[in-house]
Write a protein that binds this ligand. Structure first.
Ligand SMILES: *Cc1c(COP(=O)(O)O)cnc(C)c1O
Length: 401
């Protein structure tokens, strides 16, 4: 009986795939953005699992770094934070009639209200025998959520009537900006003017507002006159830039997510070897192909052929189609002599400090924005947390609490 065991190296313990989340980077970004926003306070927006970074660990790191508020789109996302024991003021703003307003009231989650929700919120407050905390949302021009300008007086009056009955308190007025990432555009001025008018209507009607808020990341960075009492910052706390012409480094931000794997195969092929579905890439010389075990099931956009992969300090473009589970880079002849082997680390993006590829490079390759790249990294990629401060220990691979 022959045994191969003796010739098989012991299993390398590096995770096969991981998104490494640097919680210290999150903390630094929160601190930097708070300094910019002061005296306004900062809401860390942790919707969509904290843009793919992991809602609970990110929320904890952001609060530890001074974030006074947390924000999510859905009540269900806010409940995850409350159930994890996070008791920071928390706002959820996107609802349907199926949203669990009663749970929001019961868990002290502030509720954004654009109009129709008011009746549901009042009913939930009645059922829970506890007043709801409501932020009324005005549509100042984005054309998505929020109350239309010509309905605003009526919504405010209805909300104040419920407030007078003790069913709710109108604690905030807010809106959302459409073009703050393009600071030269004039529409932001118009939105801010309408917002001031909407706030005045609410205050004149008897709202005792704790917070007025309209700024997202780009407005926080470029429009001090948009800060009011509170800024709602998502992208910036993850260290990414909302501006086409400024990098994270330009803004003093630290990208928090590194996406890495290791080579699954290094294979010498002759000239004329077609690569991946469609055979869209054909080798033009004898070379070594490196197989990278990440694909669109992991959230790498299928369209992003040419996206960069860093291996042994060299950045290679993805050649041929990105498949569900894998993609291929052309390592050049004799790659093995230069130390590329199965197990060699392959980094798709990191903080860019070493000159390596960034989220922005992948966004460019995919024809999209950095927001989408990080948010879509799929659950098949375990998140690993590093540099957690007090109370947030580094978590093992796959931990999602
Ligand atoms: C997502 C979102 C934000 C955060 O936007 P960033 O550009 O990521 O800072 C703020 N407010 C609302 C209403 C949002 O939906």
């Amino acid at each position: 009986m022959t045994s191969t065991a003796a010739t098989v190296p012991s299993r390398v313990s590096t995770p096969e795939r991981q998104a490494i989340i640097d919680l210290a980077a999150i903390g630094k970004n929160v601190a930097a953005l708070r300094a910019i926003a002061a005296p306004a306070r900062l809401m860390a927006v942790v919707k969509a699992d904290a843009y793919g970074h992991g809602a609970v660990p990110v929320a904890r790191a952001a609060v530890a770094a001074g974030a006074e508020w947390l924000g999510t789109a859905h009540i269900s996302e806010a409940l995850v934070l409350r159930r994890a024991g996070i008791d920071t003021p928390l706002l959820a703003w996107l609802h349907t009639p199926s949203s669990d307003f009663a749970a929001a009231v019961a868990h002290g989650i502030d509720i954004g209200c654009s109009g129709w929700e008011l009746e549901y919120i009042a009913a939930a407050a009645r059922a829970e025998e506890r007043p709801a905390r409501v932020h009324l949302k005005i549509d100042t021009g984005l054309g998505r959520n929020g109350c239309a300008m010509d309905r605003w007086d009526a919504l405010v009056a209805d909300a104040i009537a419920y407030q007078d009955q003790g069913l709710l308190r109108v604690v905030g007025v807010f809106s959302h900006l459409a073009v703050a990432d393009e600071p030269d555009r004039p529409e932001t001025d118009r939105q801010l003017q309408l917002f001031r008018e909407a706030v005045a209507v609410a205050e004149d009607a008897g709202a005792d507002l704790e917070v007025r808020h309209i700024a997202n990341t780009p407005a926080t960075l470029s429009r001090p006159d948009s800060h009011f009492d509170l800024v709602r910052v998502g992208l910036g706390i993850y260290g990414l830039s909302p501006f086409a012409d400024q990098t994270s480094a330009d803004l003093g931000l630290h990208p928090a997510m590194t996406l890495q794997t290791q080579l699954a195969l290094c294979k010498d092929v002759p000239a004329g070897q077609g690569v991946s579905y469609g055979l869209n890439f054909i080798t033009d010389r004898p070379t070594t192909l490196g197989l990278v075990p990440l694909g669109y099931a992991d959230g790498i956009p299928r369209i992003a052929t040419g996206g960069p992969v860093r291996i042994n300090g060299v950045t290679y473009p993805v050649m041929g189609r990105i498949a569900m589970d894998q993609m291929v880079v052309d390592l050049g002849p004799d790659a093995g002599n230069r130390g590329a082997d199965p197990g060699t680390a392959a980094v798709l993006f990191g903080n860019g400090a070493d000159g390596g590829p960034t989220v922005d490079d992948w966004a460019a390759a995919a024809g999209t924005i950095n927001y989408e790249v990080v948010t879509r990294i799929s659950p098949r990629v375990p998140r690993t947390y590093v540099n957690g401060g007090s109370g947030s220990e580094p978590r093992p691979e796959g931990a999602d609490a």
